[in-house]
Design a protein around this ligand. Structure first.
Ligand code: ADP
Ligand code: ZN
Ligand code: ZN
Length: 818
């Protein structure tokens, strides 16, 4: 009898691969276990067993596997199903999902592995372009193989470059490591077996009279044991006895003490404020909770639509509590940037160390620990709070999923595949587990609210703020008029200055929002009109004043700011537009006594980047905080009296069919940071276009009006939520080749789908990192079979791939593109 397994390899190939196994191996192997398998000429990959069977493959001779890596399945059956769904829906391979789903440390390979150096502090400015690419790739994927780096850089010999990166302490190498993940062990001590009873103590101390140091250690150990029943760490004993490691070691050698090791989790919960009583809900929250439960009984995905500061989080907490009481696991999903210590410690206050955090900024070891705790259904990971990748954890008893800030576009993975939407994938995951799912937002997405309107989703609403705090008072300031009347200083209208002054006098804090980082997005010579562009991308370089640099926000390119125009030599360089850095600088001039902080991508790098700024704002060490949309996410500051929006127009005029919906969400969310306690908050929105309907809808909290109007437009132009869209991006470094390829593909689509095909068109930034881009878009009615659509697309792709002149043109599918 012959035995075979089909495995998922972490590579972008459509099919599962078949390997042959012995009868003994067949008795051990189960689906979900990892095996090391040879692939290609000389490579070894970690693969996951999907199925066992006895049918040899037809097209090739099945190879033997190298190793069985697990004693039991580390990937559950549901996970395998979930991966398949994602691959199928989002048009990618299961292998790509596998790679994204599993922490790098579980994906070992025989080749050299490149890891980012967690110890090194990297100054991006010192990196050359190709070095930066590797550095950046390692931010997304914690482990890369040499060969992958070759692919990223499109270059055969990358070893010299890796050598440089090693010297710059950007990376570390791992070679031939099959168990690279090592749990962290902590050393504990107890009395040796011969001395464990109290009566022995006197005798023991007697025997140590000539070793006062050692008897001191023994006494200290007894004291520690008297205070707490917990195991005693060697390091704690050292401290308590004020002794050296050597004295403890000699006692261990004499077998007076015994040493033992316990695996500890790196992601330790600090502070033991466990289980602060749950808050009792107010009647509006109670009603919402009841509605949610009724809707859950019908097994419906449910939307909790509660205005900012209505106490949604407390409603989640009640629900979570019910599910963990039943021994179920709970997944709490948040957009990456809303995943703050604020929320985490709020949950930890209620649920103590049942809360585990799964975060891309955590290192491989930390993520593997959460993975294993979830797999083992351990109490310490009963509640997992995480960003989108937490969906891939190996849950067993998943009872409830909460998707907070469900409207957030960052739930959609952009690059690389799988380009999934975490909210939508979460709904599928909940179905697979038979668990409940709650979406929450103050500004629901068009998609979710449409699903409520069509009764697909259940609905619960809280339309007032907790504690009857009023919604903030919003005022729109017409900058055009203010400029004409010369009532503007820099980018601050008189009204905004007045309100900031007043807030500061009252000891309140101020948040200012400008959705652009840097000093100015464009510099231009006023003599000849020359404006420095990125050599690799079709975009103007952004001026960063503090670093005195011009930087590209799409690639790593940067140059020193020139004193004279590079084209004509005049010293007449002007800036256009403004970013957070400029707002910050103007504030120093306008309010010299105020402390100003800035929160944007430039100030929040590193693991604790956000936390530093948020904490210092919380502690009121900062009076005025300037920031990009990072500011908008679920932060709960007590003392913010004023929120200022520096310029609403860049949001409103963004060339995308979702721009208006987005603006409504963003502005409402930022405004929601004002006045979260007794006093009514104030919001000032500066705009050149004060009568814009979205601004009117924001200031009157008219969500329904916004929804109706946008829905009408989406219907007219066949956009979501009524239609599905698939965006197809073509990429190549040769402009003409790209054009021909995109034209051919789009025309073929048009032959099948007629005028439901748009494009191909250049996106606003039509070249990034020296690759030209062109997009086509396919709109399909919700009721039309997605499977059939995809088959047609795949057929076209197959013909496309057979055309020699298009070789090398990359095609990227983005289903439900956002
Ligand atoms: P949301 O998530 O809707 O923006 P939060 O849950 O952050 O609102 O609540 C806003 C504020 O009101 C928080 O400071 C929270 O602690 C407080 N709060 C909400 N509900 C209650 C309650 N039932 N009892 C006491 N305080 C509450
Ligand atoms: Zn010039
Ligand atoms: Zn660039």
């Amino acid at each position: 009898m012959q035995y075979f397994i089909n495995v998922v390899l972490p590579v972008p190939i459509e099919k599962l691969f078949t390997y042959s196994i012995s009868a003994e191996e067949a008795a051990i192997i189960r689906p979900g276990m990892r095996v090391a398998v040879p692939f290609g000429k000389s490579k070894i990959y970690t693969a996951v067993v999907a199925e066992l069977h006895q049918t040899p493959p037809e097209a090739y001779e099945a190879k033997d596997i190298e190793h069985i890596l697990d004693d039991y399945p580390v990937i559950t059956e549901i996970q395998l199903k979930f991966w398949k769904w994602i691959a199928q829906y989002y048009l990618c391979s299961v292998g790509e999902v596998f790679r994204a789903a599993v922490p790098g440390a579980l994906l070992l390979e025989s080749e050299t592995l490149i890891l980012r150096n967690e110890e090194g502090i990297v100054d991006e400015n010192t990196l050359k372009d190709d070095e930066y690419l590797v550095f950046e790739a390692l931010q997304h994927q914690s482990i890369l193989r040499v060969q992958e780096i070759s692919q990223i850089l499109n270059k055969k010999n990358v070893l010299p470059l890796l050598d440089r990166l090693l010297q710059k302490k950007v990376i570390v190498l791992k070679e031939e490591v099959f168990e690279q993940y090592k749990p962290k062990m902590v050393r504990y001590v107890k009395l040796g077996k011969a001395h464990s009873s109290e009566e022995d103590l006197a005798e023991l101390l007697n025997s140590l009279t000539r070793a006062p140091k050692q008897s001191q250690v023994v006494l200290a150990l007894f004291q520690l044991q008297a205070v707490s029943k917990k195991p005693i760490k060697v390091t704690d004993l050292e401290k308590a006895a004020n002794c050296s490691a050597a004295s403890i070691k000699s006692l261990i050698d004499k077998e007076i003490l015994e040493e033992y090791l316990i695996q500890t989790d790196r992601v330790v919960f600090e502070g033991e404020k466990e289980n602060a009583g749950l808050k009792s809900l107010n009647p509006y929250q109670e009603k919402a909770l009841e509605d949610i439960k009724i809707s859950f009984q019908e097994n419906k995905t449910t939307l909790l639509h509660g205005v900012t500061s209505s106490g949604k989080t407390e409603v989640y907490v009640k629900l979570i509590d019910e599910y963990i009481q039943q021994g179920k696991q709970v997944l709490y999903l948040l957009p990456e940037i809303a995943l703050t210590t604020q929320l985490i410690s709020r949950l930890q206050n209620y649920f103590g160390d049942k809360v585990a955090v799964f975060h891309s900024k955590y290192n491989v070891q930390e993520r593997v620990e959460v993975w294993n705790n979830v797999l083992g259904n351990k109490p310490k990971a009963q509640i997992v709070i995480g960003a989108r990748s937490a969906l891939f954890l190996p849950f067993h008893e998943l009872g409830l999923i909460i998707v907070d800030e469900e409207h957030e576009s960052s739930f959609k993975q952009y690059d690389p595949a799988p380009r999934y939407h975490a909210r939508d994938a979460a709904i599928v995951l909940a179905n697979l587990h038979g668990s409940k799912i709650l979406l929450g937002s103050a500004t629901p997405s068009m998609e979710s609210f449409y699903n409520v309107k069509t009764s697909k989703y259940g609905y619960a609403r809280i339309d007032r703020r907790y504690g009857d705090v009023l919604m903030p008072d919003m005022e729109i300031v017409d900058i055009k008029e203010q400029t004409r009347k010369k009532r503007i200083k820099g980018h601050f209208s008189e009204r905004l200055i007045e309100e900031i002054t007043e807030a500061l006098e009252l000891g309140e804090q101020v948040i200012l929002f400008q959705n652009r980082r840097g000093y100015a997005p464009i510099t231009e010579c006023s003599t000849c009109g020359h404006s420095p562009q990125c050599p690799n991308c079709d975009v103007s370089l952004t001026f960063h004043q503090r670093r005195k640099q011009l930087r590209c926000h799409y690639c790593s390119y940067h140059m020193a700011l020139q004193k004279a125009c590079l084209a004509c030599g005049s010293a007449t360089i002007d800036t256009k537009g403004f970013g957070t850095e400029q707002v910050e600088q103007e504030l120093h001039g306008l309010f010299p006594n105020a402390t100003v902080g800035r929160m944007d991508l430039d100030t929040t790098r590193g693991k604790h980047g956000y936390e530093r700024i948020i904490t210092s704002f919380e502690r009121q060490e900062i009076d005025i905080l300037v920031g990009t949309q990072m500011l908008t996410k679920g932060l709960d500051f007590r003392n913010v009296g004023l929120v200022g929006i520096m310029n609403a127009d860049t949001l409103l005029n963004f060339p995308d069919f979702r721009a208006h919906e987005r603006s409504f969400q963003l502005l409402t969310q930022v405004a929601g940071r004002a006045g979260r306690t007794q006093k009514r908050g104030k919001v000032i929105i500066q705009s050149y276009n004060p009568y814009h309907q979205i601004l009117q809808q924001v200031t009157t909290s008219d969500f329904k009006g916004m929804f109706q109007e946008q829905l009408y437009e989406r219907e007219q132009f066949k956009y979501p939520p009524i239609n599905r869209i698939i965006k197809i991006t073509f990429k190549h470094k040769d402009y003409n080749k790209l054009n021909e390829a995109a034209e051919w593909f789009t025309q073929s689509l048009r032959n099948v789908f007629g005028d439901n095909v748009l494009g191909p068109e250049y996106p606003p930034v039509s070249r990034i990192r020296n690759l030209y881009l062109k997009n086509a878009m396919l709109k399909i009615h919700k009721d039309y079979s997605l499977g059939r659509t995809k088959n047609s697309i795949k057929k076209i792709e197959n013909s496309f791939n057979a055309i020699a002149q298009f070789r090398g043109v990359r095609i990227i599918y983005n289903v439900d593109h956002i």
